[in-house]
Ligand binder design. Structure first.
Ligand code: HEM
Ligand SMILES: N[C@@H](CC(=O)c1ccccc1NC=O)C(=O)O
Length: 272
């Protein structure tokens, strides 16, 4: 979280390991059970968290670029996010080499810890506009994380900024959409749908918004594929056991697959 600091005291004799903080990075795989496969489990999670860090960095940059009408840099940043999403989806293939009996041998040592508590994952979902009431209470114990997430929860998401771009291009977008309470989940809107439909029907005129829309669809599509692979990998490894985080497990993970982040961008496809 404290990565805002810029280091200026470069050393002449700086090494590869110094630069990458390899000492701390490579001494952070602490297997509680000592089980062989717990190494795989830890590394997969740490790699996913590192990629999530970069996703957040790029989404924040893309939001800023869009606010400044710098569309080309925003497209490059969003395209990078999609490439990372592809990477973390592939990581499920590695985790799926672990069998149910191998996992069950060290599952108890995880206690009540769960991916449920990944605050970087929440930051990503908030930026995609997926905000569920009561989610913040999971983070009550850690005031610093809680404050950071609360701020993100009340902020505009990527889609809110994209809709502002529609308004700036001259489309009639109601005030109740532009000035909505951003902590509420986004509700689909007829005027927004009409605007995006026009963008798709006349893509030559609205080429920039058209590209933006497709980048957003990429992000949502990949995110849902990540959720699906997570759900299926969990079913493959623990079946329908309850989750360590207290949820019903696979059925909970299936239920989140029903949500849409950018609903109009999907709805319009039926009518084009
Ligand atoms: C053996 C591997 C895994 C199993 C059995 C598993 C199981 C589960 C279960 C059952 C849940 C629901 C919450 C709960 O009750 O615990 C969950 C949530 C979650 N897991 Fe995993 N998981 C695995 C691997 C991973 C990996 C590699 C990641 C990558 C970071 C991950 C990230 C998450 C996230 C972000 C959630 C919250 C999802 C949401 O609330 O929509 N999980 N996991
Ligand atoms: N929820 C998992 C446990 C689990 O997967 C996990 C435990 C600690 C840290 C990260 C985890 N990953 C994803 O939920 C389970 O019920 O087996």
């Amino acid at each position: 979280m404290s990565d805002q600091k810029v280091y200026t005291d470069f050393k002449d004799d700086m090494t590869y390991a110094d630069y990458l903080s390899l000492d701390s990075l490579l001494s952070s795989q602490n297997r509680l059970s000592g089980h062989h496969d717990e190494m795989l489990f830890i590394v997969i999670h740490q790699v996913s968290e590192l990629w999530m860090k970069l996703i957040i960095h790029e989404i924040q940059a893309a939001c800023q670029s869009l606010k400044e009408n710098q569309f080309e840099p925003a497209f490059k940043q969003l395209a990078r996010v999609s490439k990372i999403q592809e990477q973390i989806i592939k990581a499920w293939d590695v985790l799926a080499t672990m069998t149910p009996s191998e996992y069950i041998e060290f599952r108890d040592s995880l206690g009540k810890a769960s991916g449920f508590q990944s605050y970087q994952y929440r930051l990503i979902e908030f930026s995609l506009g997926y905000k569920i009431p009561h989610i913040l209470k999971i983070y009550k114990q850690d005031q610093e994380v809680f404050n950071m997430l609360e701020k993100a929860y009340h902020s505009k998401g990527l889609y809110d900024i994209a809709i502002e771009k529609l308004a700036e291009a001259g489309f009639e977008i109601p005030d109740e959409v532009l000035n909505r309470d951003f902590s509420n989940p986004y509700q689909k809107n007829t005027e927004v749908k009409a605007a995006w439909s026009e963008v798709y029907k006349d893509s030559q005129t609205y080429w920039t918004l058209y590209q933006l829309a497709e980048k957003l669809v990429d992000l949502e599509d990949w995110h849902q594929q990540w959720r699906f692979r997570h759900m299926k990998t969990v079913e493959r490894i623990i079946g329908f056991k309850k989750g360590t985080g207290g949820s019903s497990g696979v059925n909970y993970l299936k239920s989140v697959l029903d949500s849409y982040f950018f609903p109009e961008l999907w709805d319009l496809r039926t009518e084009l």
